[in-house]
Design a protein. Structure first.
Length: 188
């Protein structure tokens, strides 16, 4: 093989370079101006967050890195952590907004609290079902719990409407029984 010199004359490559076959990395990667070596993992049959926490502890305990080296964790776990941090801000804000909307709907803190009481029961059932089916927590599961939260609130609103109507009907009737009114409202 030949290469062209500045004046255009052909020069054999073996005169200007020494070429040999050697084993090494397929490519040299860098990030933020630092050399990068990547270890890829595919976690199955367990949650990524728990795996990464255990792996961090094992690496810290078992491996001593020379000065200038560091270990960083990225990928799906990093995205999950970012989403979890956002959810810790968004979920309480959503609960507060729903509570305020319920208060404006019923003009009663007690009625708004009654509706929100359905949520912990729905969530506990969801957590139990996750455990029973052997699913792991993920961002998709948290989004599903937010949807479950909305459905539980909606069901609570409907229940309060029917219970109030049944109680009002029983109050009008002479000697109406509040316990039977609640049972009738729940059946409606």
């Amino acid at each position: 093989m030949v290469v062209a010199a500045r004046n255009g004359a052909p020069i054999p490559l073996k005169q200007i370079a020494h070429i040999e076959h050697a084993r090494g990395p397929a490519m040299i990667s860098s990030e933020n101006g630092l050399l990068l070596a990547t270890v890829l993992l595919n976690v199955q049959e367990r949650d990524v967050g728990g795996f990464v926490e255990e792996a961090k502890q094992a690496v810290a305990r078992e491996i001593t890195l020379p000065p200038g080296y560091f270990v960083d964790w990225s990928g799906r776990w990093e995205n999950q952590e970012r989403a979890r941090q956002r959810l810790f801000l968004v979920v309480p804000l959503v609960v507060l907004v729903i509570f305020v909307l319920l208060y404006f709907t019923y003009h009663s803190v007690l009625e708004a609290a009654h509706v929100l009481l359905a949520v912990p029961f729905a969530l506990s059932g969801g957590v139990y079902l996750l455990w029973w089916l052997g699913y792991n927590f993920s961002v998709a599961v948290w989004v599903g719990f937010i949807a479950l939260f909305g459905t539980a609130v909606q069901t609570g609103v409907v229940m309060v409407i029917y219970l109030e109507e049944a109680v009002e009907r029983k109050r009008i009737a002479v000697g109406g029984d509040l316990t039977r009114a609640n049972a009738q409202g729940g059946r409606d």
